[in-house]
Design a protein around this ligand. Structure first.
Ligand SMILES: CCCCC/C=C/C(=O)SCCNC(=O)CCNC(=O)[C@H](O)C(C)(C)COP(=O)(O)OP(=O)(O)OC[C@H]1O[C@@H](n2cnc3c(N)ncnc32)[C@H](O)[C@@H]1OP(=O)(O)O
Ligand SMILES: Cc1cc2nc3c(=O)[nH]c(=O)nc-3n(C[C@H](O)[C@H](O)[C@H](O)COP(=O)(O)OP(=O)(O)OC[C@H]3O[C@@H](n4cnc5c(N)ncnc54)[C@H](O)[C@@H]3O)c2cc1C
Length: 636
């Protein structure tokens, strides 16, 4: 029945202050207030409806996305929302769109790598959305290998201009979000050539389309690359293809530095290339920034899936009826708990590692401004490795949550198929996860060779086993005289172990902070222990081979896990309520707050366009003749 909370009995079991946990999850009382207010604003506005996406054609879907993006911008302007509130509004609108790249990459790239002059010219236009930008780095032939990019930017000292060109088919820009149909400008990455000499890959701000009629400028061929994985899903995004045919970057030398997107190098008025004495990898700065935001995004996506699966696991009953009594809630089965609760713990673990990574990024950015590059390698390794670890675990976790919901998890109305389809490219974009782990492995090799065996002694006591595991994995690999390439598969395993060590140690450090609210810290300690012991159980071969745990320890750890699951069980619904997601944002009948699942599932089915007619289109043309055919063959 509507209005009845079918999960009230579960909520009454909670042993901690849920409102206090909501603040912990949000990060602060202020952050909670903004999130709570904006999520409800979006949920209550029919202009942000999203339950019909799977029934729209690609063109209808895309036009609806443009409508929503414009409506969101109007809402932001009319309500005079702050930058923080506007970002939250775009988050809760929950639709991949060109705005993700405009706000999430184009503007950060200018802020992070543009000169003062460039920032003064481009940021006011971008903030007012008087230009719409995208980040055009990947090409048809190269994505991972940035140094392999083929697009050229040749400085013509006669005309004081840069000529941007796609010399080959494989140099076509391919994948940039927002590029296909909307962006008016791009930060395009190209090989800078000055005076016949090549100076490596640099970013250039290039106008793509007329600000008058949106037509592509002279020399620009641009379009969408076509349908992607899953219906609806990421097809609201116009990932594009772009070719330059000797495009003059219209900014004369007076603005040459406007075009060359870098505070780390310049082309002077005399047409001389000036490389400042900073690491060339600062060209990659935007990718580092986005990777740390992707870690925070992972905790959001995984927590959405876990919220759906946990609430439905409490609603769903199957088997176990005694004397005609109610069947057993599937959340009470130990197998369901052993699959679901480690994911619940991971959602919280990724939330806190995302908070730490945000601090690390801010710290390294501050140091860079003082020309202190000492922590840049660690920041690169951490953002690359944690992006890889958290997105792989989240993509796998969303799929596991679908399976935890049985057949109904496969319905679009569960919200899980679309969440999976939209999320999984996170394992690829912003750096293929294996390629990024190889960067971590390279960092570990260098660290081991510099520090000797001990990677770091600055870890909480509870992580000794994890640290010993990483050292053991590295020693086993570094000890043998074989090349990096030969050992790369093994070194990637050590890189994963290193990233898991970081997540566990930062969760433990979080618990050393003052955490207000009855029972809140105790619940987080249970989740931290579940995360650490689940991984120890999953990788016990590694831990046993280090000798720092024995088979008896491994068995005890497994016993402790079961006990921890029992401690979580009465608090499970409250722990997912703490995410404070509206039913609109969850977009899931299985995960609806009141748990009134079956009537809503049944009602939703009849809204499917296929049920607009009792007799389906095609019956008279195809099925009736089939049913009425003379039996010409002997009866089978
Ligand atoms: C809101 C989300 C929307 C998502 C939209 C998606 C957008 C995108 O996908 S944008 C495109 C993303 N593309 C990538 O992520 C490409 C991945 N590839 C790379 O980052 C690089 O090609 C590489 C790091 C894999 C290799 O770069 P390369 O220049 O060949 O460098 P080396 O491996 O030779 O390393 C040299 C040296 O530089 C250090 N280093 C590498 N990257 C960085 C970095 N980002 N920051 C700082 N330092 C970096 C590396 O550690 C080496 O150091 P040493 O070992 O000390 O020499
Ligand atoms: C949805 C989506 C949105 C995107 N948005 C943008 C965008 O806005 N802007 C942009 O510029 N790009 C964007 N991209 C492109 C994205 O950044 C690249 O696809 C990504 O960096 C992976 O590169 P790749 O496609 O070349 O993969 P590849 O490197 O070709 O990967 C193929 C396989 O090769 C393996 N491999 C590659 N190199 C090595 C190596 N050295 N050692 C071992 N294995 C290796 C990989 O692990 C992988 O298994 C987007 C991609 C997607 C899917």
């Amino acid at each position: 029945m509507e209005g009845v909370d079918h999960l009230a009995h579960e909520r009454n079991k909670s042993e901690f202050d849920v409102d206090a946990m909501k603040i912990v999850w949000a990060g602060s009382p202020h952050a909670f207030d903004v999130s709570d207010r904006i999520s409800k604003l979006v949920a209550s506005d029919p202009g942000f409806r999203k339950d019909n996406r799977s029934t729209l054609s690609r063109k209808e879907l895309f036009k609806n996305t443009l409508r929503k993006a414009a409506y969101a911008w109007k809402t932001i302007v009319d309500l005079r929302l702050s930058e923080e509130e506007a970002a939250k509004l775009r988050f809760y609108v929950d639709e991949p769109a060109f705005t993700d790249l405009h706000w999430g990459m184009f503007i950060p790239a200018i802020k992070g790598q543009g000169t003062e002059e460039q920032q003064q010219k481009w940021l006011p236009l971008a903030y007012k959305m008087q230009i719409i930008g995208c980040y055009a780095q990947t090409e048809l032939g190269h994505g991972s290998n940035v140094q392999g990019l083929e697009t050229t930017a040749t400085f013509d000292s006669q005309t004081d201009e840069f000529i941007i060109h796609s010399p080959t088919l494989t140099s076509s820009k391919w994948w940039p979000g927002g590029l296909g149909k909307v962006a008016t400008h791009a930060i395009a990455y190209a090989r800078l050539i000055v005076g016949g000499r090549e100076h490596g890959v640099h970013g250039f701000i290039v106008q793509l389309r007329s600000l008058e009629d949106h037509s592509p400028l002279l020399g620009i061929t641009v379009g969408d690359i076509g349908m992607k994985f899953g219906n609806g899903a990421y097809n609201t995004m116009d990932n594009g293809v772009l070719q330059f045919d000797h495009v003059l970057d219209v900014y004369s030398i007076a603005f040459a530095s406007i075009a060359v997107m870098l505070w780390v190098s310049q082309v002077t008025c005399e047409g001389k290339y000036k490389q400042s004495d900073v690491p060339r990898q600062l060209v990659y700065g935007t990718m580092v920034y986005v990777r740390q935001t992707i870690v925070a995004d992972a905790s959001c996506a995984l927590s959405r899936a876990v919220c759906i699966a946990t609430r439905y696991s409490a609603v769903r009953r199957q088997f176990g009826s005694q004397n005609g009594g109610p069947e057993t809630q599937v959340i009470d089965y130990k197998t369901q708990q052993s699959r679901l609760f480690p994911l619940l713990a991971s959602a919280y673990a990724f939330r806190f590692i995302g908070e730490w990574l945000k601090w690390l990024y801010a710290d390294v950015t501050q140091r860079l401004q003082a020309n202190d590059f000492s922590t840049l390698p660690e920041a690169h390794a951490c953002t690359a490795g944690l992006k890889s670890l958290t997105t792989t675990a989240t993509a796998d976790g969303i799929e596991e949550c679908r399976k935890l919901c049985g057949g109904h998890g496969y319905l679009c109305s569960s919200g899980l198929p679309e969440l999976f389809a939209v999320y999984v490219p996170a394992c690829t974009y912003e750096g293929d996860n294996t390629v990024l782990l190889l960067q971590v492995a390279r960092f570990l090799m260098k660290t081991v060779s510099q520090l000797g065996s001990r990677l770091s002694s600055k870890k909480p006591v509870g992580t000794i086993a994890y640290m010993t595991r990483v050292e053991h994995l590295m020693q086993c690999r570094c000890g043998v005289q074989r090349g990096f390439a030969e050992l790369s598969a093994d070194l990637v395993e050590a890189a994963v172990a290193h990233c898991q060590l970081i997540v566990v140690s930062k969760f433990i450090e979080k618990l050393q902070q003052e955490i207000p609210g009855k029972g809140v810290k105790q619940q987080l300690e249970v989740l931290c222990n579940i995360y650490a012991l689940f991984l120890l159980h999953k990788h016990q071969g590694d831990f046993l081979s280090t000798g720092c745990i024995t088979p008896k320890h491994a068995a005890l750890a497994n016993d402790e896990l079961r006990s921890l699951y029992s401690q979580v069980r009465p608090n499970a619904i409250a722990l997912v309520d703490a995410f404070n997601y509206t039913d609109h944002y969850l977009g899931s009948i299985l995960g609806c707050y009141d748990g009134n699942v079956y009537p809503k599932l049944y009602e939703a089915a009849w809204k499917d366009p296929l049920n607009e007619s009792v007799v389906p289109d095609g019956y008279h043309l195809y099925i009736r003749p089939l049913l009425k055919q003379e039996i010409r063959t002997a009866r089978l």
